[in-house]
Design a protein around this ligand. Structure first.
Ligand code: ATP
Ligand code: MG
Length: 322
């Protein structure tokens, strides 16, 4: 287990941390985070949403809070030692948020130790589900927070560039996972050596990389394989406008498997609907303002898939929203 995703103390059995990310801006990561959070809170779970978009915090707006009094920067800039102090109540029962930073310049690139401290405190929050809303892109901040979660969810939109975008995100994440793992084992040089190796031609896939690492030192091969196979990101396609858009998830799954050796779980699609824009304009969470719109319905179905059928969602099987 790497340092990044290692629980630092015994955790309550139920606690789950999800991270919502993706390569591109504006795909719907924040809308998805808030919607899943509200739906989970309605199932009776204690939910905390955390805005970790250190450059463009806006989760509070989508959760219906205009001016958050406390933000995560109070913790990152050491104004408080407790992340719990920053929990802000929402109008929704069981749902709290920690708002994003408003001084991104100081904290856009968190030092490794500070990231570990943040992750440690996130795991200690009193909640059943903690959902982390990530900024766009593949910075180390984004990747490390994505990798520390129990479930990583990638939100994409159906555009010609989206396969490339999701591929880049997943590839960066798996490489970061491998690199963190090797560095925890003090094997930093082996990755550089494998990447530089000309033996058996250039690297074409993650599988090639693992094989090269194995040839240099086979003692870690089993644990490295396990690391890779435990990486199982979920994909949501948002802003779907045509039937064939939904199939994109299957193509992405095939490509990730073939070239990266990564299994993706395509958990659902969300249609494009003007109600999303309307709810943002009104500062009201979509699920609350338009509970019966197609987006709310598909969010519920997606949550059902994410929960893996473990929890009945009231009303879903009867074809209506919660
Ligand atoms: N399903 C949808 N239908 C219509 N519009 C949508 C949908 N999802 C998102 N949008 C629009 O996209 C905008 C951006 O959504 P959101 O803020 O969730 O994206 P994001 O991925 O979090 O962006 P960023 O990368 O900047 O954090 C919303 O304000 C809304 O107008
Ligand atoms: Mg966002």
């Amino acid at each position: 287990m790497s340092q990044i995703d290692m629980p630092l103390f015994p955790l309550p059995q139920q606690k789950q941390i999800w991270a919502v990310g993706g390569c591109k801006g504006g795909t719907g990561k924040t809308i998805v985070t808030v919607s899943l959070g509200i739906l989970l809170s309605r199932l009776g779970h204690r939910v905390v949403l955390i805005d970790t978009d250190l450059g463009g915090a806006n989760l509070h707006t989508c959760a219906g809070i205009r001016y958050p009094a406390k933000t995560i920067s109070d913790f990152l800039l050491k104004k408080t030692n407790s992340l719990e102090d920053l929990l802000t109540e929402t109008s929704i029962e069981n749902l709290k948020i920690i708002s994003g930073a408003n001084d991104s310049l100081t904290i856009a690139n968190l030092p490794h130790v500070q990231k570990l401290k943040l992750i440690h405190h996130i795991r200690r929050l009193p909640a059943d589900y903690i959902i982390l809303d990530l900024g766009a892109g593949t910075s180390f901040n984004v990747l490390d927070i994505f990798l520390m979660a129990d479930s990583g969810i990638v939100v994409i939109t159906p555009e010609p560039t989206s396969v490339e975008n999701v591929y880049r995100f997943i590839k960066s994440a798996i490489l970061r996972k491998i690199s963190n793992y090797l560095s925890d084992l003090k094997y930093n040089d082996i990755l550089k050596e494998a990447v530089a190796s000309k033996e058996n031609g250039p690297l074409k896939s993650i599988r090639d990389l693992v094989e090269k690492i194995n040839r240099i030192d086979s003692s870690i091969s089993a644990s490295l394989e396990e690391k890779i196979s435990s990486f199982y990101p979920k994909v949501i396609i948002n802003q779907v406008r045509a039937n064939d858009n939904m199939m994109l998830g299957m193509s992405i799954k095939d490509i990730a498997n073939k070239y990266l050796g990564v299994n993706l779980d395509y958990v659902g699609y969300i249609p494009y609907d003007e109600t999303v824009h309307e709810s943002v304009k009104k500062f009201k969470p979509l699920i609350i303002e338009y509970p019966n719109c197609s987006v709310s319905l598909c969010m519920s179905l997606t949550l059902k898939k994410l929960l893996n059928g473990k929890e009945p969602l009231r009303g879903i099987d009867a074809g209506q929203i919660i």
